[in-house]
Design a protein around this ligand. Structure first.
Ligand SMILES: *[C@@H]1O[C@H](CO)[C@@H](O)[C@H](O)[C@H]1NC(C)=O
Ligand SMILES: *[C@@H]1O[C@H](CO)[C@@H](O)[C@H](O)[C@H]1NC(C)=O
Ligand SMILES: *[C@@H]1O[C@H](CO)[C@@H](O)[C@H](O)[C@H]1NC(C)=O
Ligand SMILES: *[C@@H]1O[C@H](CO)[C@@H](O)[C@H](O)[C@H]1NC(C)=O
Ligand SMILES: *[C@@H]1O[C@H](CO)[C@@H](O)[C@H](O)[C@H]1NC(C)=O
Ligand SMILES: *[C@@H]1O[C@H](CO)[C@@H](O)[C@H](O)[C@H]1NC(C)=O
Ligand SMILES: *[C@@H]1O[C@H](CO)[C@@H](O)[C@H](O)[C@H]1NC(C)=O
Ligand SMILES: *[C@@H]1O[C@H](CO)[C@@H](O)[C@H](O)[C@H]1NC(C)=O
Ligand SMILES: *[C@@H]1O[C@H](CO)[C@@H](O)[C@H](O)[C@H]1NC(C)=O
Ligand SMILES: *[C@@H]1O[C@H](CO)[C@@H](O)[C@H](O)[C@H]1NC(C)=O
Ligand SMILES: *[C@@H]1O[C@H](CO)[C@@H](O)[C@H](O)[C@H]1NC(C)=O
Ligand SMILES: *[C@@H]1O[C@H](CO)[C@@H](O)[C@H](O)[C@H]1NC(C)=O
Length: 658
C-alpha cells in the first residue's frame, strides 16, 4: 500500500515537471535550466536539502545522492517526495543509506511540511540531537530514527509531535552473527537512548498507533509505564519495548489497550518481576504477537493463550517461575512461533491428534523434551527452527546428569529436511550429530559434558552458521574443513586442545570468524590467508604462539580485525598494509613488539585504530597522517618514543598516546 502511494506521488511529480517543462520550452526557446520557477519543488526546500546533503559524509554510504543537484526538481530527488499540489516536501526517506553526520543539520527542520521522515540505519552521531527542533514538524505522522547512532535522552521535541501515528527509536540487532565487533556496521548504528520520564514523553502522543522503543533505557521511568500508555495512547496497535529495562508488574490499567496487535516486552537481561501472566491480554481481539520472554512472569499460565485463534507468536521463554500445562490441541492452531524453553511447563496428556500445521519455530524445556514430543506436537511439517533446553531445575546447572535422550529427536531431524536450525542448550548427547545433514544453523550452548567434537560434524555440509559455546575436550576435528558453505563460525569458551586445524582454510565462504577462548595452541596456520571472503576476524583469549602469520595480509576483504590477548608474539607483519578495506583494527597483547609497520598508513579506510597495551617500540610511523578517516586512534601503553604527531587533519579523532 505504502509503495503504491509512493509510486503515485512520483508519477504525479513527474507529470507536473513534464507539463511545466513543456511550457518552459516554448517560453525560452531551448534552454530549460534557466527556468527553475517551473519546477514543482520550492527553491527554499531544495536549498534546505542541499544544505543537509552538505552535512553528510559519504565515505561508507550506499549512495552519493547524486540526483540531489541544484537546478533540478527536488521532488524527483532520491528519497524525496512532495505534495503534488503545493510542491512542499512531505517525505524524506533515507533509510539504510549509511550516511554519516555529526548531528542533524538545522536545515532539516525547515522542511516543516514533512509527514514522513525516515533516517534509520544512518550514523547521526552527535550531541545536538537533544535540542533538535522536531517540534517544527507539526504535520509529521511517521518518524523512524531506529539504528541511527543516537545517544542521550530522547529529544524532548519528539514528545510534542501530536500527529504522530508511528514512532520508531529502537535498536535492532541487524546482524546477530557479526554483532559485537568494534566498528562493524550494525554496532556503529546502535542507538543509546534513555528516558527518565516516560509519562511526560507519551503524554501528548495520543494518536500513536505504533511505538517501537526497543533498547531505549526506561529503567528510571518507574513502574507507571503501563498506566501512562493506557491513559494517553489508547489506540496503540503495536507496542515494542524489548530490552527497555522496565520494572514493575504489568498494570491492570493496561487492559484498556485493547487494540493491541503486537506486544513485545521481552528482556535479554534483567526484569525484576512482571507478576502473573495478565489474562486480559487474551481479551484483545486482534492480538497476534505476544513476546514476553525473560520478564520473570510468575505463577500458572491459564490455557487461553493456547486456544487463541489469532495468536501467531507466543514467546514465554526464560520465565523460570512460570508453570502450566500445554493443553491438547484438538484443532489446528495458528501458532507460528511457540517458545517454552526455560520455563516450568509440562505437557498434560499428549495425544497424537494435536496438530500444529503452521508452527515454524519451537522452543522446548526439558520437561517437554523428555516425553514423546513428536507425538504431542504432531507432525510439525512446517517447523524450521527447534531449540532444546535440557537444563534441569531451571538453573544454569553445569553439573548435568546424562540428560534427555536426544537420539530419537536427532533421527527425526535427519529425515525432516524442513528443519534448518537447531539450538541445543545444556544438552548432553553422543554421536548422531552427523545425521543432521539438512541443518543450516547449529548452536551448541553449555553442552559441557559432551567430550570431544565428533568428526561427523563434517557431514553437515549445508551449515551456514555454527555457534559453539560449549566446552569440548580434544582437538577440533579437521573435518570442519568440509563445511564449505559456512558463513559464520563462532567459538566461545570451547578450549579445544592442540593447534587450530589448517583445514579451516577450506572454509572459503566464511564471512565472520569469532573465537573467544577457543583453546588452540601453537602457531596459527598460514592457511588462514585462504579465507579471502572474511569480513570480520575476532580473536580473544587464545593460546596461539609464534608471530601473527603474514598470510593475514591476504584477507583483503577484511573490514574489522580484533586480536585481543591472542598469544601472538613478535612484530606485526608488514603485509597487513594490504588489508586496504579494513575499517577497524584493534590489537593488544604484551608479547607483540617491534616497530609499527609504516605500511599501516596504506589502510586508508581505517576509522578505528587501537594498538593498546602491546609492546611496540620506536616511533609512530609518519604514514599515520594518511589515515584521514580515523575517529579513534589509541596507541597507549606501548614503549613508543616521540609521541609528537600532526593530527591537524583529524579534528574529530580521539587520540590517546603515551
Ligand atoms: C543553457 O544554459 C547554460 C547555463 O547558463 C549554458 O551553459 C548553456 O550553454 C545553455 N544552453 C543553450 C542551448 O542555450
Ligand atoms: C543554486 O543555484 C542558484 C543559481 O545558480 C544559486 O543562486 C544558489 O546559491 C544555489 N544554491 C545552492 C544551495 O547551491
Ligand atoms: C524503521 O526502519 C527500520 C530499518 O530501516 C525498519 O526495519 C523498521 O521496520 C522501520 N520501522 C517502522 C515502524 O516502519
Ligand atoms: C502537551 O501539550 C500541552 C497542550 O498543548 C502542553 O501544555 C504541554 O506542555 C505538552 N506536554 C509536553 C510534554 O510537551
Ligand atoms: C480489530 O481489527 C479489525 C479489523 O482490522 C478492526 O475493525 C477492529 O476495530 C479491531 N479491534 C480493535 C479492538 O481494535
Ligand atoms: C492432523 O493432521 C493430520 C495429517 O495432516 C490429519 O490427518 C488429522 O486429521 C489432523 N488432526 C486434526 C485433529 O486436525
Ligand atoms: C516441508 O514443508 C513443505 C511446505 O511447508 C511441506 O509441503 C513438506 O511436506 C514439508 N516436508 C517435510 C519433510 O515435512
Ligand atoms: C541416522 O538416520 C538414519 C535414517 O536417516 C537412521 O537409520 C539412523 O539410525 C540414524 N542414526 C542415529 C545414530 O540416530
Ligand atoms: C558422517 O560422518 C562419518 C564420519 O566422518 C562417516 O563415517 C559417515 O559415513 C557420515 N555419514 C553420512 C550419512 O554421511
Ligand atoms: C602485500 O604486502 C607485501 C609487503 O608489504 C608486498 O610485498 C606484497 O606485494 C603485497 N601483496 C599484495 C597482493 O598486495
Ligand atoms: C626512537 O626509537 C628508535 C628505535 O628504537 C630510535 O632509533 C630513535 O632514535 C628513537 N628516537 C627518539 C627521539 O628517542
Ligand atoms: C601518504 O600517501 C601518499 C600517497 O599515497 C604518499 O605519497 C605519501 O608518502 C604518504 N605519506 C606518508 C607520510 O607516508
Amino acid at each position: 500500500m505504502a509503495s503504491i502511494g509512493w509510486v503515485l506521488l512520483l508519477f504525479l511529480a513527474q507529470l507536473h515537471t513534464l507539463l511545466s517543462t513543456s511550457i518552459a520550452h516554448r517560453a525560452d526557446g531551448g534552454n530549460l535550466t534557466h527556468l527553475p520557477v517551473s519546477f514543482l519543488c520550492h527553491p527554499n526546500q531544495a536549498k534546505a536539502l542541499l544544505q543537509l546533503k552538505k552535512s553528510f559524509s559519504f565515505s561508507r554510504s550506499t549512495t552519493r545522492l547524486s540526483s540531489w543537484r541544484n537546478g533540478t526538481d527536488c521532488c524527483l530527488w532520491e528519497g524525496v517526495g512532495c505534495d503534488p499540489s503545493s510542491g512542499h516536501v512531505t517525505i524524506l526517506d533515507l533509510n539504510n543509506r549509511r550516511l554519516s553526520t555529526h548531528g542533524l543539520d538545522p536545515a532539516l527542520f525547515s522542511l516543516i511540511s514533512l509527514q514522513r521522515l525516515d533516517l534509520s540505519m544512518n550514523d547521526i552521531n552527535g550531541d545536538n540531537i537533544r535540542s533538535a527542533g522536531f517540534e517544527r514538524f507539526t504535520f509529521l505522522t511517521h518518524l523512524n530514527l531506529s539504528n541511527s547512532g543516537l545517544y542521550g535522552q530522547i529529544p524532548p521535541s519528539i514528545s510534542k509531535l501530536v500527529n504522530l501515528l508511528s514512532l520508531d527509536l529502537s535498536t535492532y540487532n541487524t546482524d546477530y552473527y557479526s554483532g559485537g565487533f568494534y566498528g562493524s556496521n550494525s554496532y556503529d548504528y546502535y542507538n543509546n537512548l534513555w528516558e527518565s520520564s516516560f509519562d511526560t514523553f507519551v503524554a501528548n502522543l495520543s494518536n500513536l498507533r505504533e511505538l517501537y522503543l526497543d533498547s531505549v533505557d526506561l529503567s528510571n521511568s518507574g513502574e507507571e509505564w503501563g498506566t501512562s500508555l493506557a491513559a494517553y495512547v489508547p489506540q496503540l496497535q503495536v507496542l515494542s519495548l524489548a530490552d527497555c529495562h522496565l520494572s514493575g508488574p504489568i498494570h491492570k490499567a493496561f487492559s484498556r489497550l485493547h487494540s493491541l496487535v503486537v506486544i513485545n516486552l521481552q528482556e535479554t537481561s534483567i526484569y525484576a518481576s512482571a507478576g502473573p501472566f495478565p489474562e486480559f491480554f487474551m481479551d484483545f481481539p486482534n492480538l497476534t504477537v505476544l513476546q514476553l520472554s525473560g520478564i520473570n512472569l510468575e505463577g500458572r499460565l491459564p490455557s487461553r493463550p493456547f486456544q487463541s485463534k489469532n495468536l501467531r507468536v507466543l514467546d514465554l521463554s526464560y520465565n523460570m517461575n512460570l508453570s502450566g500445562h500445554v493443553p491438547n490441541f484438538s484443532n489446528a492452531s495458528s501458532l507460528e512461533t511457540l517458545r517454552l524453553d526455560r520455563t516450568n511447563f509440562v505437557y498434560a496428556i499428549p495425544t497424537p491428534s494435536s496438530n500444529f500445521t503452521s508452527l515454524k519455530e519451537l522452543g522446548l524445556n526439558r520437561n517437554l523434551i523428555s516425553m514423546d514430543f513428536l507425538s504431542a506436537f504432531g507432525r510439525l511439517e512446517s517447523l524450521h527452527q527447534l531449540d532444546l533446553d535440557c537444563f534441569l531445575d531451571n538453573e544454569l546447572d553445569h553439573d548435568l546428569d546424562s540428560g534427555s535422550d536426544l537420539g530419537p529427536i536427532f533421527s527425526w531431524i535427519g529425515q525432516h529436511k524442513n528443519l534448518t536450525s537447531l539450538g541445543l542448550f545444556g544438552c548432553n548427547f553422543s554421536g548422531a550429530v552427523g545425521n543432521l545433514t539438512g541443518l543450516q544453523t547449529l548452536e551448541m550452548h553449555d553442552c559441557n559434558t559432551y567430550g570431544s567434537m565428533p568428526s561427523s560434524i563434517g557431514n553437515l555440509t549445508n551449515l551456514r552458521n555454527l555457534y559453539i559455546s560449549s566446552r569440548f575436550s580434544g582437538p577440533m576435528p579437521a573435518a570442519i574443513g568440509e563445511l564449505t558453505n559456512l558463513r559464520n563460525l563462532y567459538i566461545e569458551g570451547a578450549r579445544f586442545s592442540g593447534p587450530m586445524p589448517a583445514a579451516i582454510g577450506e572454509l572459503t565462504n566464511l564471512r565472520n570468524l569469532y573465537m573467544n577462548n577457543p583453546g588452540f595452541s601453537g602457531p596459527m596456520p598460514a592457511a588462514i590467508g585462504e579465507l579471502t571472503n572474511l569480513r570480520n576476524l575476532y580473536i580473544e583469549g587464545a593460546d596461539f604462539s609464534g608471530p601473527m602469520p603474514a598470510a593475514i595480509g591476504e584477507l583483503t576483504n577484511l573490514r574489522n580485525m580484533y586480536l585481543q590477548h591472542s598469544g601472538f608474539s613478535g612484530s606485526m607483519p608488514a603485509p597487513i598494509g594490504n588489508l586496504t578495506n579494513l575499517e577497524a583494527m584493534e590489537i593488544s597483547g604484551r608479547q607483540i613488539s617491534g616497530l609499527i609497520p609504516n605500511a599501516i598508513g596504506q589502510l586508508n579506510k581505517l576509522r578505528w585504530l587501537v594498538l593498546q597495551d602491546c609492546n611496540f617500540s620506536g616511533s609512530i610511523p609518519s604514514s599515520i597522517v594518511n589515515l584521514t578517516q580515523l575517529t579513534m586512534l589509541d596507541l597507549s601503553f606501548n614503549s613508543l618514543n616521540g609521541t609528537k604527531m600532526n593530527t591537524s587533519n583529524q579534528i574529530n579523532t580521539s587520540v590517546m598516546l603515551g
